[in-house]
Structures are given as C-alpha cells and as structure tokens.
Design a protein around this ligand. Structure first.
Ligand code: AMP
Ligand code: ZN
Length: 332
C-alpha cells in the first residue's frame, strides 16, 4: 500500500490522498467533497466499468440510463427522507417574475445572500443509482417468469462534505438490480459477494466483507440500523481507500426483500409482490483503492492488473493516426 501519514484529525488529507492531488490524478475544488478527475483516474473508472460488465455479461442484464436527478415525490415514496434526510440534495430554482428578479439582482450587487430567492423544484439529486429504476418497473405490469435484471450507472449525490477524498458529495455508482422471488434475489446478492471476493483477489486488493452499518438518521434510525445488522440484509466490501489507507465501503450487496416491490407494486408473473436486491460498485472508491494499493503512477501497476482494466490502451486517439471519414473530420 502507498505510504500514508500526516492526517491526524487536523483536517488535512494524508500523503496518499495528497499525492493524488499533487500528481493531477484528482483535481482539487473549493467545496469539501467535490473534486475533478484527471485522465488516469478516468481510465481506471472506465476499466472498472468494462470489467464488471465482462463479469456480468452472461447474466444478460438490461442496461438503462437515468439522469442524475429524479422526481422528489419518488424519492419521498422510496422512504429516503425518513431514513437519510441529512444526505438528500433537493434542487432549488428561481421561479419568480420580473420584480423578484430585480430583488435578486439587487442582492447580488450588494453581495447579500440570495438563497431565499430560490424555491424547491420537483426534482432531487439521485442518491443511489437504483432509486429511479423501481418506479419505472411498476409501470411495466407483471414481470416475466424469469423476473428482471437491470444495470444502471449514475452520478449520485450525498450531502456529506468531507476532506476525505473517499467521501465525495458527488460520485458514481454502477449497479446491477435483480427483481424476482425471495430465493432469486438472495442468490443474486450472494453470487456477487463471491464474485467480488474473486475480483479483489484478481486486482490484488486486500478486501474484507462485513455486515453493513448504514447511517440511518435520528432515533428511529437507530432501530432501522439495528434491524439491518440483525437481519444481515446488506454487506459491504471494505478496502483501504480513505486517509492513511483507512477502510472504506467500496461495493455493497443489498437485499431489500419486498421493500421496493411493495412501495411500487412491482408484481411477479404469478401476482406475488416482487423482491429486489442490488449490488453497487462505488467507482470513485474502488479507483482510490487501486491507487492506494498500487501507487499513483499507472505505469508502475502490475501488468496483469493493467491488462484486466484495459490500461494498455492509451485512452487518447492520435489525430494523425486517424484515417478515413473520422480523420477528415479531425482536420476540417
Ligand atoms: P450505499 O448505497 O451506501 O451502499 O453506497 C453504494 C456504494 O457507493 C458504496 O459501497 C460506496 O462504494 C459508494 N459510496 C457511498 N457513499 C459515498 C461517498 N460519499 N463518496 C464516494 N463513494 C460513496
Ligand atoms: Zn441500489
């Protein structure tokens, strides 16, 4: 693992995370929990997405893509505001007329706070890639006998500002979601836990799987958390990715039982309420774990790992080498 030091609760990032910024792997922004991604980082993210798709290829998942914002009413119905109100991000917009605009501009000129001039819109930021999927499933009517398997990836938002680069406010999650019987969904979750262990071994990542400990909010949240741990519904793959190589949950394996099926009236072919399970890859955290394990220079990574992630490809096309119609387009 890359040597890490210096972060002793003084708010500074440690050597490993600081070196990612120094070398342009990540690009600092002024708000804690927001950063830009450099080319090396993005190449690893792309490699991870491609790798998980190859592992899952024979499963035949249907690929969907949703915007990183979703209906506020849907997020509310999913139960998010009860469980994690502190993490939610609601989009506010200016909805006034000319008079309101004059007031807004006046405040801007006087450098006053303009937050009051914006009103809640009907959209919120997506907090987990699978959340927009469930409402669309209910619109499909009864599922076929084999159920459904869906792949989605999205930028997700959680309001947890931090100097730890492994705790971003905006990060990408790739997910596979299984919809079917209780047995099918549990088997799917367990299959991915086994796959994830093998994946970590392949990528020489020192992972360990643990029962998840989600930060449910408030008094009621304590009960929800206890029930989640007691029923062992959700597991996480922990990998060194935080300050000084502290472990962070980089993948999660979640059985929801009939939670979403009941909320959205998702029915199996026989009319029973469907169960759901999802496996989520935290793409930024997995990428950080790889940099933590193998160093900040991609060129120094073991050849086999570079190969698994497709890093031998340059990731850039040489415009001079392009031929035909594309080459002509490059030189117009
Ligand atoms: P969860 O829905 O909490 O299980 O999150 C799914 C995955 O997203 C986790 O396993 C993490 O890898 C990743 N993740 C969650 N929160 C963050 C965050 N604040 N910053 C970066 N990645 C995150
Ligand atoms: Zn999910």
């Amino acid at each position: 693992m890359a040597k890490a030091a210096d972060s002793k609760g003084d708010g500074r990032v440690d050597d490993f995370q600081a070196s990612l910024l120094d070398r342009g792997v990540l690009v600092a922004q002024t708000v804690p929990g927001l950063c830009g991604r450099g080319d090396a980082f993005e190449r690893v993210v792309s490699g991870l997405i491609a790798l998980t798709r190859r592992i899952a290829a024979a499963d035949g998942a249907e690929r969907l893509a949703f915007p990183p914002v979703m209906s506020r009413a849907h997020l509310e119905r999913n139960g998010y505001f009860s469980a994690f109100p502190n993490l939610a991000g609601c989009v506010h917009c200016f909805m006034g007329g000319p008079e309101d605009h004059r007031r807004l501009v006046g405040k801007l000129v006087c450098e006053e706070d303009v937050a009051d001039e914006f009103r809640p819109s009907k959209v919120v930021l997506v907090p987990a890639a699978c959340y927009p999927v469930y409402p669309t499933l209910s619109a499909r009517g009864a599922l076929p006998p084999e159920g459904a398997l869906i792949e989605v990836a999205s930028y997700c938002f959680r309001h947890e500002p931090s100097t730890d680069l492994a705790r971003q406010q905006s990060f990408r999650m790739q997910e596979f979601i299984r919809v079917g019987s209780p047995e099918e969904t549990m088997a799917f979750r367990d299959l991915w836990m086994r796959r994830a262990e093998r994946l970590c071994a392949m990528l020489a990542l020192p992972g360990r799987v643990e029962v998840a400990n989600d930060p449910f909010f408030g008094e009621a949240g304590r009960d929800l958390g206890e029930r989640q741990r007691h029923d062992a519904l959700k597991f996480e793959m922990l990998l060194p990715a935080g300050p000084e190589g502290a472990p962070r949950a980089c993948m999660s394996f979640n059985a929801h039982r009939d939670h979403f099926g009941a909320i959205w009236d998702i029915r199996r072919h026989d009319g029973e309420v469907a169960h759901t399970a999802c496996v989520g890859f935290g793409l930024e955290r997995l990428t950080l774990a790889l940099f933590c394990a193998h160093g900040t220079e991609l060129a120094g990574w073991p050849a086999a790992i570079r190969d698994y992630l497709g890093l031998e490809l340059t990731g850039r096309e040489d415009a001079d080498a392009l031929s035909g119609v594309i080459g002509e387009l490059a030189h117009v």
